[in-house]
Design a protein. Structure first.
Lengths: 264, 256
């Protein structure tokens, strides 16, 4: 039985789809069988980032409503043997599927694949509920911006209420800006969200270029961001232990610091 | 509950019963005031009592207990007298509840100890009576209140917490979260959301290891965080003076 992981963030535009594509490709690179599900019904774009848009015949709503089998709707990646995409529909609304239907579909796919990665739409409405329904785990993507962190915090609360264990990816860190004090650091983000960190991804032009080319950078990418995605994929697969379990300054650490018991 | 010593030395008061009784309880010193007594009688009786051991009570907080209303001017007289002996009136209120000891038949007492001498220099703090199966709370809660609600954080954005008494959060309160309590709020972590203490009341405090709230409300008053960055301030407490909300460094004292 495989693992179903939902990639979510609350806020839009922080890199959920990019992370889904890169982590999926990364896991496939590691020899896992992976299926990516685009749960952003009505605004699909995971297929674009994967460079597979012109191969779509059936989509997730077709599968759920019984117009075709899941096997028929799955699109195989151009470069990797064991990576598949189940695209979203572009013409339906979010309420075309229900959380129960998604759950059943994901359960079916988990029987076949090592990883089912679900690209969640922005927001916390029906689309979010559908996307998290069948997930065993969640990865929250946040950028070091207060608006992103605020929304991520809300989403983490909702995931916790659903009993879904959650880890964090901090995306688009600019080391220069952090050094200048113009950007929140990775540690600042973790401090607020109090989650286990899977990894930080630096701001990188190669990601934009590879997204436009429809080829996830994590496969044979040389940039820092590509390496970061690969490293996160290894951690998801359990092949690499986090060098540092940076769950941020915990409550007791901070309590101690406030009482002057431990150095800051 | 036995009156340990009274102002009964003053013959004028003997007939009407003592105007005040000073006694020690498990909750601290209490001045029990006879609602029938005049302001002068109360003041004189208290002076007479405190003169027996001047300086002994200095530095203590004392509660005024009266079964009814204090006569006009009595409180200021009491404050004046207690201040002279270095004491402070912490609260004024009705007796907590009829003392249980009074309902115990006196026959049971002599077996344990002889009756205390009528003149007693040192006030004896009441020891919890042995045959009392039901523990009495030190500070009885107002009716309709619950004991403190204790919650393990972080309280995340979009979460609303309500407490019908005091509220204690072990962990952070993140921006976008809202915590409300009819009583006081204590955050053992960072308070970065909105906190409302003394909901429906007037007086209360909000205490946090890091007080960086979006907004603080106490009773009907609202204040928002200043625009200046004030990092590293340490534990701070916000309380209501009646006219405004004051935020200050927490130095171990609760200003209520």
């Amino acid at each position: 039985m495989g693992r179903a992981i939902v990639i979510t963030s609350g806020k839009g535009g922080v890199g959920k789809t990019t992370a889904t594509a890169n982590l999926g490709a990364g896991l496939a690179q590691l020899g896992m069988s992976v299926v990516l599900i685009d749960a952003d019904i009505g605004l699909r774009n995971l297929d674009v980032v994967m460079g597979l848009e012109n191969r779509i015949v059936f989509h997730v709503v077709d599968v759920i409503q019984g117009r075709c089998s899941a096997q028929k709707a799955l699109i195989k990646d151009r470069r990797q043997e064991n990576l598949y995409l189940l695209p979203a529909s572009q013409t339906d609304e979010k309420d075309a599927v229900t959380p129960e239907q998604m759950k059943a579909l994901i359960f079916e796919l988990k029987n076949v694949f090592d990883f089912v990665i679900i690209d969640c739409p922005a927001g916390i409405e029906q689309g979010f509920k559908n996307a998290v329904a069948g997930a065993d785990e969640a990865i929250v993507v946040a950028t070091p911006e207060v608006s992103s962190i605020r929304d991520a915090d809300r989403v983490v609360g909702l995931l916790a209420a659903n009993g879904i264990p959650t880890a964090l990816v901090v995306n688009r860190i600019s080391p220069h800006m952090v050094k200048r004090g113009d950007m929140l650091s990775q540690a600042d983000v973790i401090e607020i969200l109090a989650l286990e960190l899977l990894g930080g991804v630096p701001l990188d032009e190669e990601i934009v270029a590879s997204t436009n080319k429809g080829m996830p950078a994590s496969v044979n990418g040389r940039s820092a961001a590509a390496k970061a995605f690969m490293s996160i994929a290894r951690r998801i697969a359990g092949l690499e232990v986090a060098q540092e379990r940076q769950t941020g300054a915990g409550f007791f650490a901070r309590l101690g610091r406030a009482l002057g018991l431990s150095p800051a | 509950m036995l009156p340990l010593s009274t102002a009964s030395e003053n013959p004028a008061d003997v007939a009407a019963g003592p105007a005040i009784i000073l006694r020690g309880t498990s909750a601290g010193l209490e001045i029990v005031v006879d609602p029938e007594a005049s302001v002068d009688a109360i003041g004189d009786a208290l002076i007479a009592r405190l003169d027996q051991s001047p300086g002994f009570f200095a530095g203590n907080d004392v509660s005024v207990r009266i079964d009814g209303r204090l006569p006009t001017g009595a409180l200021s007289r009491l404050e004046q007298v207690t201040a002279r002996y270095g004491m402070r009136i912490a609260e004024v209120g009705p007796p907590p509840r009829p003392a249980r000891a009074q309902t115990v038949p006196p026959a049971a007492e002599p077996a344990l100890a002889p009756a205390p001498a009528p003149v007693e220099e040192i006030p004896i703090v009441e020891v919890a009576p042995a045959p009392d199966p039901e523990p009495q709370p030190l500070h009885p809660l107002p009716t309709g209140w619950e004991g403190p609600r204790i919650l393990v954080g972080p309280v995340r954005s979009g979460v609303n917490v309500d407490a019908s008494g005091d509220l204690v959060i072990l962990g952070d309160v993140n921006p976008g979260a809202e915590i409300n309590a009819r009583g006081n709020i204590i955050v053992l972590g960072r308070l970065r959301g909105v906190a409302h203490a003394a909901v429906g009341g007037e007086r209360g405090f909000i205490l946090a290891l890091r007080l960086e709230p979006q907004q603080i409300r106490i009773g009907k008053m609202v204040t928002r965080a200043g625009d200046a960055d004030r990092a590293g301030a340490g534990a701070e407490i916000a309380h209501c003076t009646g006219k405004t909300i004051v935020v200050e460094r927490y130095q171990g004292k609760v200003p209520i």
